[in-house]
Design a protein around this ligand. Structure first.
Ligand SMILES: Nc1ncnc2c1ncn2[C@@H]1O[C@H](COP(=O)(O)OP(=O)(O)O)[C@@H](O)[C@H]1O
Ligand SMILES: Cc1ncc(COP(=O)(O)O)c(N)n1
Length: 301
């Protein structure tokens, strides 16, 4: 059931690429919004011919085609949160950032997508500067993975300490909150292999950890995570609670699809798992998700 407040239905807009394989991009974003009982809309930036083995083709849409979609949505439907994913090139990034500056009065989650899981570039490294100059200043929350945090800062991000250093550097460009995701780095804490997402805002770090799941079925994890954050923000949740819910959701989604037989490579996650809504998240703490709930575990940090 959609969450309504006096007839208002929470609405989330994704500005991203299409994944023909259905596991990442706008397909992941809309499935995620639906699972959070949020009304999802999309402005498509590029069409990819893609499956779990890799990306076979990329067909970008013109900045004008992107802008017309955005105007159609803004002129009629409106939105309570925006998420951006794969954007194409510097011209598309500039068009989208200008639109958001003029027309968005809601939270904006930027997932700075650069490379697909199989290794295909989805953004030319020459266009990273456009992300820094135009997109970071409009972002409420930015969610780079470790290689993206490296590309945005020049810091070789391979450890928790480097995640923290990169987060501080990225925040200097304007986003209110930075989440450096831990999917790509091995973090052993108290003899447990964890996937730790580091959040930085207002000079403080908050940590969201979950056991690292041993599986290659992680296609679309970043898309799913960022659209879950945007969906929670659209529902009016606080940013840290939104990130906790999103991390719990992606953990359950990876777990849910571990025995799936969809595709022969990096398989998709299970977007039909149940969201976890968490209210009591305090800044500056270390949280561990046990599959059901968030536990405050400053003892293991
Ligand atoms: N093997 C894993 N086990 C548990 N959580 C994971 C795993 N891989 C990724 N995640 C989580 O999925 C989300 C996306 O992370 P990541 O894979 O780093 O992003 P991206 O898809 O952009 O590369 C993060 O919350 C991360 O902690
Ligand atoms: C259209 C599109 N957008 C984004 C990704 C990145 O996927 P991931 O979430 O696994 O980083 C992708 N593979 N395809």
């Amino acid at each position: 059931m959609f969450k309504t407040t006096a007839g208002h239905i929470a609405r989330m807009l994704t500005i991203a690429g299409s994944d023909s394989g259905g596991g990442a991009g706008i397909q992941a974003d809309l499935k995620t919004a639906h699972q959070f009982a949020v009304y999802g809309m999309s402005a498509i930036t590029a069409i990819t011919a893609q499956n779990t083995l890799g990306v076979q083709g990329v067909f970008p849409l013109s900045p004008d085609a992107i802008l017309q979609q955005l105007r159609s949505i803004a002129d009629d439907l409106g939105f309570d949160a925006v998420k951006t994913g794969m954007l194409g090139d510097a011209a598309a990034i500039y068009t989208i950032a200008s639109f958001l500056t003029e027309r968005a009065t809601c939270p904006i989650v930027v997932d700075p997508v650069m490379v697909a899981k199989g290794g295909t570039p989805l953004l030319d490294p020459a266009d990273v500067q456009a992300v820094i100059e135009h997109l970071l200043p409009v972002a409420t929350i930015i969610t780079p993975n470790a290689p993206e945090a490296s590309a945005l800062t020049g810091i070789d991000v391979q450890s928790l300490a480097e995640c923290k250093a990169a987060a501080v550097r990225i925040a200097e460009h304007g986003p209110q909150m930075v989440v450096v995701k831990g999917g790509h780095i091995a973090t052993d804490i108290a003899e447990r292999e964890l996937s730790v997402d580091v959040v930085y805002a207002n000079g403080r770090f908050t940590y969201f950890a979950a056991p690292r799941l041993q599986t290659a079925k992680t296609h679309g994890t970043g898309c799913t995570f960022s659209s879950a954050i945007a969906s929670c923000l659209a529902r009016g949740m606080e940013p840290l609670a939104a990130i906790a819910s999103a991390k719990a959701f992606i953990h359950r989604a990876i777990l849910g699809a571990r025995n799936w037989d969809v595709g022969h490579g990096h398989g998709p996650t299970d977007h039909s798992v149940q969201p976890v809504f968490t209210a009591n998240i305090a800044p500056g703490m270390f949280y561990l998700f046990d599959g059901e709930q968030w536990l405050e575990r400053n003892d293991i940090a």
